[in-house]
Design a protein around this ligand. Structure first.
Ligand code: FAD
Length: 467
């Protein structure tokens, strides 16, 4: 029988280490499994993106005379059942490093071994797999700057070729159930196109020019000059080696030191992704627990109405609300703004980071357990390499510095279209009558930043046992 290759977060044929490995064993039968347990946490935008990518992959396999077998159910039942049905001797997949994924994979592996089917797991999702970059004492890194130094110096593997066109098992498409009747709701957000060609276009466009200004412009949300590759890296429409090779070409074309530093700054973000992947691989419990232990529990507030205002983008802090509305409308938020809204939730509203994480997990197309947990714990001052608890973002100054003309804010907040930038940045501190005059529809601030800042610092001091 054929070798079964199980696609998960690697929805591509090129630069796929596991797929290439599978092709050395026998004719490859590619499979994907829709796992309801994972789908329950994902909102419609992410599911829609993923399904488009799965369909696109299916089309590409059909061009190669095979098909993508799409299963629906528990992988530890469905994968062994498919192995049995096609008389498969071995199953190959690429490793996924989050705790939930590892548990699932162990269950599948156990079930397959029970049925006498070989399992091969391959490293693919990152350039430097968890455990390969360690401190001189042999421990995994928990401080990014040191990790980054080593990561940057290490040699990188080249992108892999696609398997030969005749490497695939001739699966009759009529035997493959369609993807159309899944009852998935409309994404209700304007999301990126989930095809391999669209992902390659995003990469090429970014490498043509934006990458050379990346260092200067990445923090300015109105510029929208970052790569927008996060959903492609999350679902593997692009291989990370392909992306890195792109940076090598850009590096060769860069014509001054500034442009070279920008390319390097972009690579640094790729390294953050790998840093967080290894943090979570070695600390799987961090998906729901603080990395950093304080002497006493942090006394997060329960405040349903504030949480709702935050989710709906109605806090009366314009940069926060713009970010939360971008998330709702696009299933995406600019990185600078993610940091601002996360700081606002955990410090100004004093609400547990896990509430914010759950909302991001539902709404983000690019939700990735390791990056999302890493970002949240950083902002909440509970992470490995976290923001110190006393350094709290001021949402007004952040808005002024990174969105001086309030262009980003006005893109997402209709009520402020006619207000001028100064008024917008000062909004929470304007007199109520002034707010009424400038933008009667836009909400008043739900908290006072200066007051909340003091309270948040006291909350962390109590957690530290300082007083
Ligand atoms: P670019 O700036 O072009 O970066 C290129 C790639 O590097 C990204 O696509 C991403 O894969 C990686 N990357 C960039 N910044 C980071 C970072 N800080 N940590 C880890 N990887 C990074 N990123 C996700 O991919 N999924 C998430 O669920 C996620 N949740 C976040 C939650 C919070 C609270 C914060 C503060 C950040 C989060 N990030 C997450 C990181 C970052 O905001 C996004 O990766 C980035 O905004 C995606 O846009 P881009 O592809 O244009 O990024």
């Amino acid at each position: 029988g054929p070798t079964l290759f199980w696609h998960r977060r690697d929805l591509r044929i090129t630069d796929n280490a596991g797929l290439l490995e599978a092709a050395t064993l026998d004719d490859v039968l590619p499979v994907f499994c829709l796992d309801d347990e994972l789908l329950q946490y994902a909102g419609a935008p992410r599911v829609a993106f993923m399904l488009e990518a799965v369909r696109d992959l299916q089309t590409r396999y059909r061009e190669r005379g095979t098909d993508l077998l799409v299963l629906h159910g528990d992988p530890d039942i469905e994968i062994p059942a498919a192995a049995d049905r096609f008389d498969v001797a071995s199953v190959v997949w690429n490793d996924d490093y989050s705790g939930i994924a590892q548990e699932r994979d162990e269950a599948v592996e156990d079930a397959l071994q029970w049925a006498d089917v070989d399992v091969t797991r391959v490293h693919d999702a990152v350039l430097h797999e968890p455990g390969t970059i360690r401190t001189s004492a042999g421990d995994p890194y928990s401080v990014f700057s040191y990790y980054w130094k080593k990561w940057a110096d290490r040699e990188k593997a080249d992108a892999h070729e696609s398997p030969d066109p005749d490497a695939f098992y001739a699966l009759d498409s009529s035997a493959v159930p369609g993807l159309d009747d899944l009852g998935v709701s409309d994404p209700d957000a304007s999301i990126p196109t989930g095809t391999r060609d669209a992902a390659l276009d995003r990469l090429d466009r970014f490498l043509e020019s934006a990458v050379f200004d990346y260092a200067d412009c990445r923090d300015v949300p109105a510029e929208a000059c970052t790569s927008r590759l996060s959903q492609d890296l999350k679902f593997g429409l692009l291989g990370v080696r392909e992306v890195y090779e792109g940076t090598e070409r850009a590096m060769a074309q860069a014509d001054d030191e500034e442009a070279r530093e920008s390319v390097q700054e972009f690579r640094r973000q790729l390294a953050w992704r790998e840093f967080y992947a290894q943090v979570l691989a070695f600390n799987p419990e961090a998906v729901s627990e603080n990395f950093k232990s304080y002497s006493n529990p942090i006394e997060w507030k329960r405040d349903e109405s504030a949480l709702t205002a935050w989710k709906q983008g109605e806090t009366g802090y314009p940069i926060v609300d713009a970010g939360m509305r971008q998330l709702r409308q696009e299933g995406y938020m600019h990185n600078r703004v993610r940091m601002i809204v996360a700081s606002f939730l955990t410090k100004d509203l004093m609400i547990d980071w896990r509430e914010g994480y759950r909302w991001f997990r539902e709404r983000l197309v690019d939700h990735d357990t390791a990056n999302d947990v890493g970002g949240w714990q950083w902002a909440a001052s509970t992470g490995t390499d976290a923001q110190p608890y006393f350094r709290i973002f001021n949402p007004m100054t952040q808005g002024e510095r990174y969105d001086p003309d309030a262009e980003y804010i006005r893109t997402y907040i209709d009520e402020l279209t006619d207000a001028d930038a100064d008024m917008i940045h000062d909004w929470p501190e304007l007199a109520p009558s002034e707010r009424q005059r400038v933008a009667p529809e836009y909400p008043d601030p739900i908290v006072d930043h200066a007051e909340r800042r003091e309270r948040a610092i006291s909350m962390f001091k109590r957690a530290r046992g300082d007083d």
